[in-house]
Design a protein around this ligand. Structure first.
Ligand SMILES: Cc1cc2nc3c(=O)[nH]c(=O)nc-3n(C[C@H](O)[C@H](O)[C@H](O)COP(=O)(O)O)c2cc1C
Length: 162
């Protein structure tokens, strides 16, 4: 319970979802690291892995960007079936169906740099969560926007500046 799980740096945790975020495919590493078996994952919402330390604003940005047709990078802390956790750097992409609706989403995740997570992402997410506790998602969104403005960086430039 509450132990950090690590996976090899040269391997990727992969999943696909339908337009609503329900899991339609996951690779073997996904299954091994998450602790769930395929039957428990397929057709389930991806939020099955949601960790309470994740700020809502990060997922809002993920979905807003995907629905605009953009690719997204995000650091995500996930919870395993057994209550442990693992950090990933996810690259998420939308793909169109024939009718131009977003038919599915694809996420490829690698092991993030541990120091980056400890020194920058954990403190950032703690601040965002704190904002959400007091002022909701509008407060954390404003906090993130102000931080980016102050630094003169886009969100992607910011998360790759650490
Ligand atoms: C392709 C794809 C992969 C996702 N992977 C994760 C993930 O690994 N962990 C997670 O908590 N949410 C993931 N999400 C986001 C979830 O759909 C959801 O927005 C998030 O867990 C927050 O859940 P909530 O909105 O019910 O609070 C993913 C979404 C997509 C489209």
């Amino acid at each position: 319970m509450n132990n950090e799980i690590f996976f090899p740096e040269n391997e990727f945790i992969i999943s696909k979802t339908d337009a609503k975020g329900k899991i339609t495919y996951c690779n073997e590493l996904f299954i091994n690291v998450s602790g769930y078996d395929t039957k428990e994952l397929i057709e389930k919402p991806h939020s099955i892995l949601r960790h309470q330390d994740m700020p809502k604003v990060i997922f809002k940005k993920l979905w807003d960007d995907l629905q605009k047709g953009h690719e997204v990078f995000a650091y995500v802390k996930n919870k395993t079936k057994h209550g442990d956790y693992y950090w990933v750097l996810a690259f998420v992409t939308p793909s169109h169906g024939a009718n131009k609706q977003f038919a599915e989403y694809f996420s490829v995740r690698r092991a993030p740099n541990k120091d980056t997570v400890r020194n920058f992402i954990e403190p950032l997410y703690r601040d965002l969560l704190q904002q959400e506790r007091t002022g909701g998602i509008s407060a954390s969104a404003r906090y993130l926007e102000d931080l980016l403005k102050q630094k003169g960086l886009t969100y992607e430039q910011f998360i790759f500046s650490f």
